[in-house]
Design a protein around this ligand. Sequence first.
Ligand code: CU
Length: 301
Amino acid sequence: MLVKNLRTFPLIMPSFRAPMMVAALAVTAIACTTQHASAKADSTTAAAPGTPAAAPNVLLVKTSDYAFSAPDSVQAGLTTIRLVTNPGHELHQVGLIRIDSSKTPADFLESMKSPGPLPKWAVEIAGVNPPAPGQTAEVTTNLEPGSYMLVCFVPSPDGVPHIAKGMARPITVTGSASAAAPLPADVELTLTDYAFRLSTPLTAGAHVVRVVNSAPQTHEVQVVRLAPGKTAADVAAWVEHMQGPPPGEPLSGVAGLGAGNSATFPLTLTPGEYAFLCFIPDAKDGKPHVAHGMMYQFKVS
Ligand SMILES: [Cu+2]
């Protein structure tokens, strides 16, 4: 059994599965359908005359409690990581960590037994943060060739992160490096130490959000649709103890985005209050970035 790693700190939310979440699922299912339809529309748009954009590779990752089902390899280049989750299961994310310096998946799993930051040779590229269980979510980013691990740091209700329950899987990115153009996006979200900055306010409807980490540290964005009357701070506080009904429902986002990396994800919003939060443990004090103020609340009308 692996020791709980600081990295795992609260990447929320086993208990987002609580009763309120179940009630929210029906609503989310509708939003999700819309989101997929719009994703198709986007790729159609991208392929319009004058825009010689190649469709991204698709890396399909299915989750269960506690394993990933995924291919053993994927082609380098612009890649859509599509996370498929199961209703009634725990929340899951998929992070892609590149293993450099001739280290192996076994070295990586061994390193996870020690608390503290990830080793320098384990590079957080990007990933998909949890949608509500049963939903599908995706993130598109450029993958360079190399050896990678798919990982889930979300903890179970017993506090043990899924990676310690076996939720890690090696994958090889094959082919040659390419500087693929990113997918077109209508909104840019910049991650800094420790804030979220939107290029333009988000509105109701379908968006493609380009997330750029301009900070020295790794960051993430977890999108949460807030329950009526609840705030981003309520979510941050709730995550510390995970008692009582969760103050919102997870709507995916970009997991562990290393310094200088970027990724896009589709986000369909209906009127309501939302929050962006980052739970990545701080490089200096190990506290989750929300404790350093890395949360952002906004209203969609
Ligand atoms: Cu952060």
